[in-house]
Design a protein around this ligand. Structure first.
Ligand code: AMP
Length: 542
């Protein structure tokens, strides 16, 4: 168990104060939030709609872990992106049984000047011996990360240690410092990160399970939480949710890209997202993109002085990202920069042109946006983004694109292409809520207002029967007075109150009251079930 690092109870505080501090209320962590009813029903409806639309395009669900090795994300998303550089939640996990090794490492690394006295030198050497022995032991038991770098650092440490000459000798001081430095960089734990996105995980799973041997392209979708330590604001959270889809396989036919975009817009239309705009672009492949990036870099260097700090830095690290800039003073300069569409190789130009034909064929409306380069490193060729109304500055509800080299970059087979997108569920929901066009979702159907001991057994029985038919039924656990019962039915938003008193219990009937207009009928069981079902499920159902 991890300890709460906040000292909530100091021992010299009065008992009363301590008790109060211990009873402090907990709150959700900054940037995270609870999704409560009735909003949660809207969330479920949205995710269910996505599942249905995606499955109608023959995509299938994939569930990957919420944490992975940090380097999976570093390698795929790119070291120089904000997501990897600043925003990941990372932690180190020690396998059980290597705590002693970790302690020996700490002691070696922090031992002050062991070359100064024979006693310190002796103790230090014993720690190094112990460290070497424990390291070998842990390695043979498979408790350490299998890492080329680790192996090399350990070999260097052993080699330097073997050459120690004794305290006070110049060479030994250098060797000790070298041993300390090597011990310092050896990785004893495994570095893990909460996933900031799911594409890397899906590709990792694809490779790990040899999914390239399955017939055709793999069409996969997922839904779940992602984690980025961004500055929270409207539509931007530290735990947020995405539903996304990926197509992985040997083909990169433009029809795949077009089908993915058609599917996306089908979903957005179905859930009634207002004012959606699809932007598409092509950022080239590994043949033409580097040449364009160099050209862009050269042009950007010429105007470096007119750019702000972030853009200036990106000229060297990732010039495409300069095109993402939203700073008003940089816009005129960016507009004059060379455009990627004018520097695509023949194959990429043809791919992009066929994609546009395909989109026309499918009736998918879009706008070309040459500045759409997307933040993540792994994209090639097609990139796209969808914006929606009601979201202020964070108006992107979906981003995606092609990533043809990613599977190979992650150690998978060559020649596997990929395309995918991720929809920000939080933002999609926010946009739907802001538009005021909320779907009519089934709420509480029947509130069973039972009164008198004799009414209880029939109430339990009919509640069970209605629930078995998929209706939401509330059965009060304790007897309520008639007025109170109907008042509660109303407050809970029930469609019907099903009144069962001693009379009804004796005659085996039920009084069904429609709360919207107060209409009331006495019915037997089968008539009751038929009425409720036809009104809630029939053509006039809400
Ligand atoms: P990305 O994975 O960065 O391409 O983002 C895809 C979509 O996820 C974006 O268009 C947003 O809708 C959503 N998204 C990304 N980051 C956040 C965040 N911090 N909070 C809420 N939604 C986000």
């Amino acid at each position: 168990m991890t300890r709460d690092p906040r000292p909530i109870a100091m021992s010299d505080q009065p008992a009363e104060k301590t008790e109060k501090a211990e009873r402090r209320q907990f709150r959700a962590i900054k940037g995270t939030r609870d999704i409560l009813p009735p909003d949660s029903a809207l969330w479920n409806w949205f995710e269910q709609s996505a599942r249905e639309v995606f499955e109608s395009y023959n995509f299938r669900d994939i569930r990957t872990p919420i944490f992975e090795e940090t380097s999976l994300f570093a390698r795929s998303i790119g070291e120089d992106t904000d997501v990897v550089g600043k925003e990941m939640y990372t932690f180190t996990v020690l396998e059980q049984g290597i705590d002693d090794l970790r302690r020996a490492q700490d002691t070696i690394v922090s031992y002050p000047s062991p070359w100064n006295s024979p006693e310190h030198y002796e103790v230090f050497c014993r720690f190094v011996e112990r460290f070497i022995e424990q390291f070998r032991n842990a390695r043979s038991k498979g408790l350490l990360p299998k890492d080329q770098f680790n192996r090399l650092m350990f070999e260097n440490l052993e080699r330097d240690f073997a050459e120690f000459e004794g305290p006070g000798s110049g060479p030994t001081q250098q060797l000790i410092e070298s041993v300390q430095n090597h011990a310092d960089v050896i990785e004893i734990g495994t570095y893990l990160a909460l996933r900031p996105e799911a594409t890397a995980s899906v590709c990792r799973a694809y490779i790990e399970h040899g999914m390239q041997t399955l017939p055709g392209n793999q069409k996969l979708y997922y839904a779940g939480p992602m984690f980025r330590r961004e500055r929270p604001q409207k539509g931007r959270y530290r735990q947020f949710y995405q539903v996304g889809a990926e197509v992985l396989g040997p083909s990169d036919a433009p029809a795949i890209d077009a089908e993915v975009l058609e599917m996306l817009l089908t979903l957005f239309n179905r859930v009634g997202l207002a004012n959606i705009k699809l932007y598409v672009n092509s950022i080239g492949c590994k043949e033409c993109r580097p040449k364009y990036v160099e050209l862009l870099r050269a042009e950007l260097r010429k105007v470096k002085d007119q750019l702000k700090e972030d853009s200036q830095r990106r000229i060297e690290t990732n010039p495409l990202r300069v095109l993402d800039s939203k700073l008003p003073e940089e816009q005129a300069i960016i507009e004059k920069l060379p455009r990627v569409s004018e520097h695509l190789c023949d194959a990429c130009r043809e791919h992009f042109s066929k994609l546009k034909d395909e989109l026309a064929l499918r009736g998918v409306g879009y706008e070309e946006n040459w500045r759409l380069v997307r933040g993540l490193d792994y994209y090639t060729r097609t990139t796209f983004e969808v914006t929606a109304a009601g979201l202020g500055s964070q108006n992107a509800v979906c981003g995606g694109g092609r990533y043809d080299g990613l599977v190979e970059l992650l150690g998978g087979p060559a020649g596997i292409k990929g395309i995918g997108f991720a929809i920000g569920t939080d933002r999609a929901i926010l946009s739907i809520q802001e538009s005021g066009k909320l779907p009519k979702l089934p709420g509480l159907a029947v509130f069973v207002a039972w009164m008198g001991a004799k009414a209880y057994a029939p109430a339990v029985a009919i509640a069970k029967k209605l629930r078995a038919r998929g209706l939401a039924v509330e059965l009060p656990p304790e007897e309520l007075k008639f007025r109170k019962s109907l008042g509660l039915a109303d407050k809970l938003g029930a469609r019907y109150a099903l009144i069962i008193g001693e009379d009804e219990a004796a005659s085996g009937t039920f009084t069904l009251k429609r709360l919207a207009d107060g209409q009331q009928d006495k019915l037997d069981e089968s008539a009751l079930i038929a009425r409720v079902e036809s009104e809630l499920r029939g053509p006039n159902a809400r």
